[in-house]
Design a protein around this ligand. Structure first.
Ligand SMILES: [Zn+2]
Length: 107
């Protein structure tokens, strides 16, 4: 995922009043999905009226690419582990059952 899309999701906090501009939600007179860097130069904090230069980048709510990578990675590992567990469990049960039957047969 391009870095520009991650940057577009970055939230910005007003240093004057603590208002947080979230690109996903937009703001007054700003449609949702507008990156902070795409805000009009005249845009000001809707709470205290501070100019956009008074806002600091506090990062995105979540990193979409990283989140997707982690979820896919974890899901794959969990599936593999479950399969391995099933193999071990049922394989062990089968071996134990055969072992038990063989002992039973000997006796
Ligand atoms: Zn403010």
């Amino acid at each position: 995922m391009p870095a520009t899309e991650v940057t577009a999701l970055d939230r910005h906090e007003c240093k004057a009043c603590g208002y947080v501009y979230e690109p996903a939600k937009g703001s007054s007179n700003v449609p949702a999905g507008t990156a902070f860097t795409d805000l009009p130069q005249k845009w000001r904090c809707p709470v205290c009226g501070a100019p956009s230069s008074q806002f600091v980048n506090i990062g995105s709510v979540e990193n979409p690419s990283g989140f997707e990578e982690n979820r896919g990675y974890g899901f794959g590992v969990n599936t593999l582990t479950a399969q391995q567990k099933n193999l071990l469990i049922f394989g062990g049960l089968a071996l134990g059952f055969l072992f038990f039957i063989s002992l039973y047969g000997l006796n």
